[in-house]
Design a protein around this ligand. Sequence first.
Ligand code: ADP
Length: 367
Amino acid sequence: MKRLGMRIFLSHLLVIGLAAVILILASQASLPNAFERHLRKMDGRLMMRGAGMMLELYREYRNSFNEALFLALVVAVFVSILASAWLSLRIVSPLQALARATRRIAQGHYDERVEVEGEDEIADLGRDFNNMAAQLEQVEARRRQLIADVSHELRTPLTAIKGYMEGLLDGVLPAGEETFHQVYQEAERLSRLVDDLQELSRVEAGAIELHFRPLRLEQAIATVRKRLGPQIEAQGLTLHLYLPDSLPAVLADEDRLIQILTNLVGNAIKFTPRGGEINIRAEQRGNEVYVTVEDNGIGIPPEHLGRIFDRFYRVDRSRSRETGGSGIGLTIVRHLVEAHHGRIWAESEGEGKGSRFIFTLPVARQA
Ligand code: ADP
């Protein structure tokens, strides 16, 4: 029992002491009056026997009252001290358990939990503590997973660069344009990965500043079309837009909206074979505008649909190596859409049957 326990114990003791003193003083002050009043009610003959006897009787009565009072006080104080000590211990021991668990967590033992009993404030504190510990445990698990994933992603291009260099040194690979080009491509992949990771860490931390204003979706789409047009043409693809005239303005950050669309259309280009089609549709439903980016490319098998927004997740890793994808693009897109208070999901009838990415944006209210 340390300071808090002692303080609770002493405060209980103070209350007991005060109660005892007041009990004594009050009883002593009221005793003569009470005695007289009761005697007066008694038979008058007793009064006649004389004042001496009255005094004697009163003294005896007071002595026996004091004796009983003293005995009662000793027992009461003793029991109160025991009860007070027990109560103080009960309050302090869960706090001590919490302090111990906090120290364990600070040392990195994130699986530490405290036992929670009852419904009082200390039990609430224990429950909150356990919730916090569970959250910390999850964050730690995610951090470990992230480090494992990042190392894995970095290792792949580095191993390739090392392989080319060894080939060059051993004279197995010709020191020609093609080899240098391969090395350059791997270095490119590394720098793209680092850029993506930096962007991901910013969106995940909510460290990007969004400037919301009413925007015409048509304009953002026109910008994306201009930017990706050459790529679409080079791939022999066609882009169709289905935008109703009545489409209201959306509340969005222009640069980020363009980033979302560029990413989705970019993926559609990557995963759609020559001669394919990409469609962008938009329609208003209630207070939201639903934007769909659709292609008739390689599609996504149903078992992957739920996971493609996860970090580093790719349906076909070997294919992604050719297209240079790291599996971070959609994770960033999901964060950006959510930062716009929207939702995003993917649909596909299966492999070879094309994919649809749908996201929502809030309609800008009329001023
Ligand atoms: P990546 O950099 O690999 O494109 P993304 O996060 O953008 O990473 O996409 C994750 C995965 O989702 C891709 O590797 C691919 O397997 C799948 N994917 C995304 N868009 C499409 C699409 N339009 N058609 C088919 N698969 C897609």
